[in-house]
Write a protein that binds this ligand. Structure first.
Ligand SMILES: C[S@@+](CC[C@H](N)C(=O)[O-])C[C@H]1O[C@@H](n2cnc3c(N)ncnc32)[C@H](O)[C@@H]1O
Length: 213
């Protein structure tokens, strides 16, 4: 899915996610719960400096913004950026692709929290670990990386969901299966929480005293 596809979806996005969540259907069953969980993690630290990757229309980003956190976001859809920009005139919203790394304007910066909701599945499977490790370099000591997405604790859960929602399943997307990913990132001490039949939350906390290289 490219920028143009998300540009076309932007106006209907908010209504679509609410409908899918309410129906308990794929891909957004658990959406509001996931948003609330990510918000609570970030909001535990007042006036956090937050980076939101793939912020979309800003459903979650706006909650951070209104709670007094200092918000930066990256999203490659100009239409999504325009909608979010109207909702958060004081936020730093960067219209750019994060698949190969963060934009140059963010190099050398650090954040108390880096979050990404329903966007990380656009990163190909073989690049996810590299991207996560790269993002950790942008966290302050003790900061947190939170990836809320269509994701699964195990391959069994993945297969169950794929069969249950076979009509809507998207083969092109790459969903995290935590127990398969774990060997690659075990040193980062990640945690994973299942929130619905298709939603999960991966959390990694940066070390408190030293930056990872
Ligand atoms: C499904 S929406 C999620 C929006 C929002 N985070 C939410 O949870 O409602 C995915 C968003 O990620 C953005 N996105 C997907 N891949 C991206 C990439 N490689 N670089 C930047 N933005 C990307 C899309 O433009 C879209 O706004």
């Amino acid at each position: 899915m490219d920028q143009a596809w998300f540009d076309q979806w932007a106006n209907e996005y908010d209504a679509d996610v609410v409908e899918s969540d309410k129906a308990g259907s794929f891909p957004f069953a658990g959406y509001l719960r996931l948003m609330n969980e990510v918000f609570e993690i970030v909001n535990a630290t007042p006036r956090s400096k937050v980076l939101d990757l793939g912020f979309g229309t800003g459903v979650l980003t706006q909650k951070f913004y209104e709670a007094g956190h200092v918000v930066t976001g990256v999203d490659f859809s100009e239409k999504m950026c325009a909608i979010a920009g109207e909702r958060m005139p004081g936020a730093r919203l960067i219209c750019a692709d994060f698949a190969e790394g963060l934009p140059a304007s963010l190099h050398g910066e650090t954040f108390d929290a880096i979050v990404s909701t329903y966007a990380f599945h656009h990163i190909p499977k073989h690049k996810k670990t590299e991207r996560m490790r790269d993002l950790l370099r942008y966290l302050t000591p003790g900061g947190v990386l939170v990836i809320g997405d269509i994701s699964f604790a195990s391959q069994t859960d993945h297969e169950f969901c794929e069969q249950k929602f076979s009509d809507d399943w998207d083969e092109e997307e790459s969903y995290i299966v935590f127990d398969e990913l774990l060997p690659e990132i075990v040193d980062l001490e990640p945690s994973f929480k299942t929130l619905s039949v298709c939603a999960g939350l991966l959390t990694i906390q940066a070390e408190k005293t030293i930056y990872r290289q």
